[in-house]
Design a protein around this ligand. Sequence first.
Ligand code: 13P
Length: 337
Amino acid sequence: FPIQAKAYTDELIQTAKTIASPGRGILAIDESNATAGKRLASIGLDNTEVNRQAYRQLLLTTPGLGEYISGSILFEETLYQSTTDGKKFVDVLREQNIVPGIKVDKGLVPLPGSNNESWCQGLDGLASRSAEYYKQGARFAKWRTVVSVPCGPSALAVKEAAWGLARYAAISQDNGLVPIVEPEILLDGDHPIERTLEVAEKVWAEVFYYLAENNVVFEGILLKPSMVTPGAEHKEKASPEAIAKHTLTVLKRRVPPAVPGIMFLSGGQSEVEATLNLNAMNQSPNPWHVSFSYARALQNSVLKAWQGRPENVEAAQQALLIRAKANSLAQLGRYSA
Ligand code: 13P
């Protein structure tokens, strides 16, 4: 059954396959300058371009990273940066068979008419920006929007989130970028896991409905969902097995097997929790490549080890490799703590 031919269809499918390759996942380092500032402040560093470049250089030049990491999402500033000896970051990645990606959304703002919820900006000018990012070496994109369980979610907020993701996905594919579709259901709240399951069913249904309506090629996207867990303030924590069971139940009900990869976000879980939950997901066969696209759950111990000191760079890179390898094993269902 041929897929509707568009300029980049074959390349998109190939890119998505490379990112969803066995034992590998995504290193997300696409923090906006404001968020990068918070991470740097946690180790007493100022939020300067020099410090952001030094930190991203540490991460991206980690020897052996490509064994566990298939793609890295960058912020616009990083896409155009180089190492201190003048090698472009995109080339550093390509040499390790890591696909460079780019965050293209412009962040969240209040959604008037909703229950104190938000929507994600960035569609204006997206086609020309995407074409520029492709020229610079990016081959996939990310757009993160959020849905809040305690705020409703309202039908309006869910529809807006799903429609925005679908428009972004169509525009990305038109410009050669594999869209990572990220409808994050925030962890905040004291609701039980069953409530998150209900919300995920609703959100993922609308997302795939509008993706289809926008003629997005499902073989050339990646889904980046949050795991189905109880709210962070719920009285009981769920085991990795319970999280895997609930998450896989909704994925199977809502996500077509044509989608090559499910790349989870960590969303505030600890490093080890995020690894254990992913490992539990991969204990039985499922139709997709079920993997990770973690920011905090890959970076927390790196920052601690680094402390902004050149003499700690090697130890910090080792810390990154430890987490990357653990999540690689979890992707294969072979991690043990
Ligand atoms: P976390 O893994 O820290 O939730 O980040 C997810 C993300 O969207 C970064 O690209």
